[in-house]
Ligand binder design. Structure first.
Ligand SMILES: [Zn+2]
Length: 198
């Protein structure tokens, strides 16, 4: 028996997800079609909606449905402080740690030359412009303590050198190779308090 083209297309489409090979894509497709029509419809419509409405905040680059996100517009944040993180999940971790009241810039990645991810792919030109608004005084680098996260922090600190900004790196209360997302909020709060100038 030949697999219908539409089913083949679905299996093929599911393979765009990270870590999903042909076998698991096939399992997912069978599951959705056989056992979860409602879930499949929800998936299709929320994916479609998100693709149409989710964009990057013009200031912090995080996902938002607005031109400028709620956090960037908040009057309660200290606009002189800008924290640079790799991913939206890192921003959420920082917020949960309740240790930081400034604004953010989300790189949406890290420098990784082997994967073809250079300064342009992580929007460093926009970060540079963002820091030059005359309000930002300190840029706090909170990229992960992995090889790539450290290299990214180093690159950014060079980029911001002589720009009349204080550039700090969160302290290494975090484990070497550690990712912010997997650190408890107490450790993260301590790392922010003990940040050092670089
Ligand atoms: Zn924003």
């Amino acid at each position: 028996m030949k697999t219908p083209t539409s089913l083949e297309d679905l299996i093929d489409a599911l393979r765009c997800l990270p870590g999903v090979g042909p076998r698991s894509a096939q399992r997912m497709a069978y599951h959705l079609l056989q056992r979860d029509h409602e879930g499949a419809r929800r998936l299709a419509s929320s994916l479609d909606y998100a693709l149409q409405h989710i964009r990057h905040c013009e200031k912090c680059n995080n996902f938002t449905e607005e031109v400028i996100c709620e956090l960037c517009l908040s009057q309660r944040r200290d606009a002189a402080l800008l924290c640079v993180v790799e991913m939206p999940a890192d921003l959420l971790m920082m917020e949960q740690a309740h240790c930081y009241k400034g604004l953010y810039f989300v790189l949406m990645g890290r420098l990784s030359p082997l994967d073809g991810i250079g300064p342009k792919e992580i929007h460093l030109d926009r970060l540079l412009r963002r820091t030059q608004d005359g309000v930002v005084r300190e840029v706090m680098l909170a990229t992960n303590f992995t090889v790539e996260g450290e290299a990214t922090a180093h690159y950014i600190s060079e980029l911001l050198h002589n720009k009349d900004l204080k550039v700090t790196r969160i302290a290494r209360g975090l484990p070497v190779g550690g990712e912010l997302e997997h650190v408890d909020s107490g450790t993260l709060a301590q790392a922010v308090i003990e940040r050092r100038e670089i």
